[in-house]
Design a protein. Structure first.
Lengths: 663, 150, 172
């Protein structure tokens, strides 16, 4: 029943998307507008199919329908309800299903948003691209990654449940959907970029149409990445939140190119420059999401959360190659039309700064991509096995981070066209003092080492600039000075700075120690006393929890756990953290007390400012929401070459988007 | 106000007193080694039996007064190059360090050359007084005298 | 921008190279990860059994030795055990089995052998560094040492008696 329903949904989605392509293409070619307008109902069909499949999958998971292979392999009768829902995205096939649902949702959203001008070739072609991507993913689900494969369960069968790591923290229910809303969201600007290339309307019109979509996707991707690192911190038990794992890199790469695009797009909107570059960035962002999915889902590179996926790898690889080659071919084909109408007058200008920003982000993305695939390259070249790990990424990306912070301090105050040294000195006076103050305070507080102090100084400097811009804007426009892209962007900058400072502090001043403590014994680390009170065992349907009780600094008691899963026999720890505004005390059990040795093994990590990573991430998302609201009205002098009705598209923010981001 | 936040953040970043220097050193070394029994984790992060053994060995050798390099070499000799998280700085492996730097330098050079060319080409066409008056009038129409907003 | 087609071409070639790279990359990393001891003189191994008797690997020079790293808490090792028993009981076997317990207390090892059978030297103590010397990664792992004392092969995962005898037969 669930299987038939799910497969039916997939076929419906595939058919709807395929017919949508045909209808729009035929309609565009023959000029029959009623055919082109069919894209909206067909998008609805795709979404309906996707929802049907997801409902079937969830129903299968909830009713423990072991005749579904996916449920039999990843579900279990003892999984708690919330994680049972999340089981859908805890393995390959189900996560592709989630991808399909989000993609169908975006397709309908585009069709609805542009319902009045569906027959416009630009929108029509964008719909075609969306449908093509839909066809790809639904076909993938009907072939190599079919979530509805059948199964003949023996009587009394019970599944193993999802990977214990994935049913250990509530964030697992939210982080993947957020990430996918971000990942998949980049399909929309990509579709419009391809549409612009195909129709030859490569002016600024399509940029204006898609800028909110891009911001929306970017906001979710940011939230997804931050939630992912929060999950790592809360679950993995070593006090870290980012380890340059291929899966993390796969989500970070599109974020980097997407961020570069959000900046350089302003140069094109304002000056009409960097057209090829912007198109390339969008195509790169989309193809990197596909490449990332390939890297992590094919087993080519090893990673904690890699799912091995059989034939899915080659298919995704092929899709990646097709996307890149089509994009590159189209850009090459339209090369002469993409000629910039002007040039940048001076490197010391807003557009010059954006250009520098883009070089930095491009290099950043290149470093991350190279580091991720390099072991494969070397093995292919001479068979050597080597590892490109955290030290490499840190050493390469920290200087880029410093350069970006510097740019973040200078660029917001730069005028377009050209700046003079005098003006710069005038505008950077207070921000620079803020930076100096940050260094002095950091040093007074006892921070040592060049790198963290430099990070604090540049962070203060950049925060000064952002605050200056916000103060000026609110003085001029009141509360409206906080909304709109430029001002919301400054809020995002502030969030980024908070994250950067927190990264520098927590990375530089981390203290780790491991202890074996008998009941009643205490250990001292970094000025904190950790006293072991005793432990007890708690039975749960799916696992046995060993809860050890620790008193930190004579105050509150914390209970890190070791969970032994009944079915797989795996033992997974759940750390317990005393979160503080200044520093976290992190407790993770390393060994259970036994009969012969009653001591418990515990790892204690004291790390400053970790909580500010999550706060900064929230500020970034808040800033993105602010940016989604319309800012000041577009200046009539700005070059906008959108042919039909650009003003109509400036209407209101997307309420669903704003609500979902803050939720 | 947000400057204050940053300042507070920085204030908090004082280094906590260490328990023992060698303890920090041991963990620093452990994060330089890859846990071969796990996926994508360093020896410092993992609780896998082999990682625990590695850490015990690091402790033992630190107590014997060995240097960081000696200890890392000890593991690399036995487990091969891949046990080190840092890619080598010689041979083919060095490309991972060199290529990004060369690419970045190349990008900057190309940009610099482009700007120089643009400036050279621009010197020929100076704006006339009429052009400048036009621009000045247009700028006056805009409320944005600061250039702060896009 | 006249350079657009050029850039497009370069990017295209780069991507093609990347795709070829991935397409030809071996998936799965089950193969021997280092093999650095293979073909070299077997690292020294001295220790004591659960009963406290000293064992020295050099004593077996002149014989084939199957050096087996295992743990009683490792399910594949438990699954492999009957094969080791079989190998040690082949009449006139040319192979001496020597086991090294990984991270396992002596009492557990003793109980395990009492229950599962098997009678050969099992080192439980004094072997801290030998695991590292042999570059053991995943249990069980076995090293076949020839009569000259050189490591002739590294066998990752559970062995079978037939497989070991075949290798020894081929090399003799």
């Amino acid at each position: 029943m669930n299987r038939a329903l799910g497969l039916g949904g997939l076929v419906l989605g595939l058919g709807g998307a395929f017919l949508g392509i045909c209808a729009v293409l035929v309609g565009l070619r023959s000029g029959r507008k009623e055919l082109v307008r069919l894209s909206r109902p067909y998008a609805g069909v795709v979404l309906f199919g996707a929802v049907l499949s997801v409902v079937a999958m969830q129903r299968g998971l909830i009713t423990r329908d072991w005749t579904l292979k996916y449920v039999a392999e990843h579900g279990s009768s003892t999984t708690p309800p919330l994680y049972n829902v999340a089981t859908m995205w805890s393995a390959l096939e189900g996560s592709i299903l989630l991808w399909g649902l989000v993609l169908a949702g975006y397709t309908v959203a585009v069709a609805t948003k542009f319902r009045k001008r569906l027959e416009d070739p630009l929108v029509g072609w964008a719909m075609v691209v969306m449908f093509v991507v839909c066809v790809f993913f639904f076909a993938l689900m009907l072939t190599a990654a079919n979530p509805f494969r059948g199964n003949l369960p023996p009587p009394g069968y019970d599944g193993p449940g999802p990977n214990p790591l994935l049913q250990n923290h509530i964030l697992m229910a939210f982080h993947p959907p957020m990430l996918y809303l971000g990942y998949v969201g980049f399909t929309v600007p990509f579709a419009f970029a391809i549409a612009a290339l195909v129709t030859g309307r490569v002016g600024e019109g399509w940029l204006v149409e898609t800028r909110r979509w891009t911001l929306f996707a970017w906001g979710f991707l940011t939230a997804g990445i931050i939630l992912g690192s929060w999950w790592s911190y809360e679950v993995l038990g070593w006090g870290g939140y980012w380890k340059w794992d291929p899966v993390e890199n796969a989500s970070f790469l599109p974020w980097l190119t997407g961020t570069a695009y959000l900046h350089s797009v302003m140069v094109q909107e304002r000056r009409g420059l960097l057209r090829v570059w912007n198109l390339s960035l969008l195509c790169a962002t989309f193809s990197l999401t596909i490449l990332g999915t390939f890297l992590t889902r094919s087993g080519v590179v090893e990673s904690v959360h890699a799912f091995s996926g059989g034939a899915v790898g080659p298919i995704l690889l092929g899709a990646f190659a097709v996307v890149v080659l089509v994009s590159v071919g189209l850009v090459g084909w339209r090369g002469d039309q993409l000629r910039a109408p002007g040039r940048i007058d001076s490197p010391l200008s807003r557009e010059g700064a954006f250009l520098a920003n883009n070089v930095l982000f491009a290099v950043f993305a290149f470093v991350v991509l190279l580091g991720t695939v390099f072991p494969l390259v070397v093995e292919a070249l001479n068979g050597d096995r080597l590892t490109v790990g955290v030290p490499y990424f840190n050493r390469m990306t920290i200087p880029i981070g410093f350069a970006l912070l510097t740019l973040m301090a200078i660029a917001p105050v730069l005028p377009w066209r050209k700046a003079s040294g005098e003006l710069l000195r005038d505008r950077l006076w207070w921000p620079a003092w803020a930076g100096v103050a940050a260094v002095v305070l950091g040093a007074l507080a006892g921070a040592d080492g060049v790198a963290p102090l430099l990070a604090f100084g540049l962070g203060g400097f950049a925060a000064g600039s952002a605050v200056r811009q916000l103060v000026l804007a609110t003085r001029r426009q009141g509360v409206r000075g906080l909304v709109g892209r430029a001002n919301g962007g400054m809020v995002v900058h502030l969030g980024t700075i908070v994250v950067a400072v927190a990264l520098a502090a927590s990375g530089s001043f981390i203290r780790t120690a491991e202890f074996e403590l008998r009941p009643g014994a205490s250990a001292v680390i970094a000025g904190h006393t950790v006293k072991y009170l005793g432990s007890r065992s708690v039975d749960r349907p799916n696992r046995v929890e060993l809860r050890a009780r620790f008193q930190v600094d004579g105050g509150k008691v914390f209970e890190p756990r070791l969970n032994k899963y009944r079915l797989t026999g795996q033992t997974i720890g759940t750390p317990s953290v005393r979160v503080g505004p200044l520093e976290d005390v992190y407790l993770a059990l390393t060994r259970a007390p036994g009969t012969s040795n009653p001591a418990v093994g515990v790892r204690v990590i004291v790390q400053p400012l970790v909580v500010w990573l999550w706060v900064g991430g929230m500020v970034m998302v808040l800033g993105t929401v602010l940016s989604l609201f319309p800012g000041r009205r577009r200046n009539p002098l700005d070059p906008v070459s959108a042919p039909p009705v650009p003003e109509a598209q400036e209407a209101g923010p997307e309420p669903s988007g704003a609500g979902a981001v803050t939720a | 106000m947000l400057v204050v936040v940053v300042v507070v953040l920085v204030l908090a970043a004082r280094p906590a007193p260490t328990k023992g220097v060698s303890d920090q050193r041991a963990f620093a070394l452990a994060t330089q080694l890859k846990c071969l029994q796990c996926v994508g984790e360093s020896v410092g992060a993992s609780q896998a039996p082999l990682a625990v053994k590695f850490r015990q060995e690091i402790d033992r050798q630190l107590r014997q007064g060995r240097t960081d390099d000696e200890i890392l070499n000890y593991f690399a000799q036995r487990y091969g190059r891949q046990v080190l998280e840092t890619p080598p700085s010689t041979g083919v492996g060095a490309l991972v360090w060199v290529v990004p730097v060369v690419a970045a330098a190349g990008a900057v050079l190309v940009l610099a050359a482009t700007f120089r060319r643009w400036r050279r080409e621009q010197q020929g066409v100076a704006p006339s007084e009429e052009d400048e008056a036009l621009v000045a009038r247009a700028l006056a129409d805009r409320r944005d005298g600061d250039g702060a907003a896009s | 921008m006249r350079r657009a087609p050029w850039i497009a071409g370069i990017v295209g070639v780069a991507v093609l190279a990347l795709v070829v790279l991935f397409a030809t990359a071996p998936t799965g990393r089950e193969a021997d990860t280092s093999g650095s001891v293979v073909g070299r003189l077997a690292p020294a191994l001295e220790g004591t059994t659960a009963a406290g008797a000293p064992v020295d690997l050099d004593k077996y020079r002149g014989k084939w030795v199957l050096l087996n790293f295992f743990a009683t808490w490792c399910p594949p090792c438990v699954a492999e055990h009957p094969e080791l028993v079989k190998l040690s009981q082949v009449p006139g076997t040319p192979v001496q089995v020597v086991s090294v317990a990984f991270d396992d207390p002596a009492d557990k090892v003793t109980t395990f052998f009492a229950e599962q059978g098997g009678d050969w030297p099992v080192l439980v103590d004094g072997t801290e560094t030998s695991t590292l010397d042999y570059a053991v990664v995943k249990l069980p792992e076995s090293y076949l040492i020839n009569p000259e004392g050189k490591v002739s092969q590294k066998l990752v995962g559970g062995i079978t008696a037939g497989e070991v005898l075949e290798i020894v037969g081929a090399e003799q």
